[in-house]
Write a protein that binds this ligand. Sequence first.
Ligand code: ATP
Ligand code: MG
Ligand code: MG
Length: 381
Amino acid sequence: EATLGVMGGGQLGRMFVHAAQALGYRTVVLDPDPQSPAGLVAHEHIHADYLDAAGLARLAEQCDAITTEFENVPAQALNTLAERRFVAPSGAAVAICQDRADEKAHFTASGVACAPHAVIRSQADLDAVADALLPGILKTARMGYDGKGQQRVKTRAELAAAWEALKRVPCVLEQMLPLKLELSVIVARGADGQVVQFPVQQNLHRDGILAVTQVPAPDVSEAMQAEAGASAARIAASMDYVGVLCVEFFVLQDGRLVVNEMAPRPHNSGHYTMDACEVSQFEAQVRAMAGLPLCAPRLHSAAVMLNLLGDQWFDGSQERTPAWDRVLALPGTHLHLYGKTEARRGRKMGHLNVTAATPAEALRVAGEAAAILGLPAPTAA
Ligand code: ATP
Ligand code: MG
Ligand code: MG
């Protein structure tokens, strides 16, 4: 029986496991948390740290191919696994995505424009920062997500204080760009080099966390969607990437497309594919790992995804279960919950996909769902 393994047991791993199981694979998850969302649904859950030799040996022993759902899994762990099994994406590709300085260098090397920036590793780097990069955003090179590990700075004094506050770890200072909107694109690349592109999604963030994804992207031209897809494909090819890759872009007020960052795995903004595309991003990951064909995934419905954070489990200070019965009474609603027992504010608990025949109808129903759930309207920042 063919077995697929995944490093990391979060919700992305859980949805990967579901897709793998639907295609008949046995699944094994490695995660230190005995209650991890993916571990709870996999055939086997190895509770071990990511660098634990015995845990890695056990995963390699059981699996035909191994992937990761956790961006910060040590690249060394993937390299160790790759000595025995097919691992996708590779430790080398994941390592690039884990470090904003390396990531930006890779974008540039791939011929894709990113924000003007400087890498700050020393006092001398800090002193040498060009005035043109201010106002800017100082981001830790490693480990940041959901806007954590970032500080907006207007002056050199603020920059120095921000670097101090970030404990002088290696950082990237990016020029603050005038954004018109944000989009992302999922591509999947097979071991044979074939690339398929999912439809581009337009994203709305609130408090640094993805809140709403709309597909088709209402304010993005066909030409720009093709440009984003071609850029993502180049970025993937130039690191010999295998698997699902998400690339985030900014569209600037002057209409230019600029790459922001990438994730070496299925992505929150790609969850709409589960209900609106013929092949989901998770199935695409399974196919890429298993050497199955990657069919171009057609969008069969317009979709709006609402992220469901722990905040929706509270009414003031009172904890409650959201009114799923009322949400599911709306046409085209698809609820995905991640099996997390404890709701915390800001914690990703699930998402709601709304599909419809037209974008306007998807948005209308998503608006009704948002009102029931106590969320702002899907188009409000
Ligand atoms: P994620 O959870 O997507 O991994 P992250 O913590 O890695 O987020 P970024 O994607 O780098 O953070 O930035 C978070 C948000 O901050 C962006 O989606 C965008 O809204 C804003 N932002 C980041 N960099 C810039 C920039 N150079 N100019 C303007 N806005 C920016
Ligand atoms: Mg990020
Ligand atoms: Mg981001």
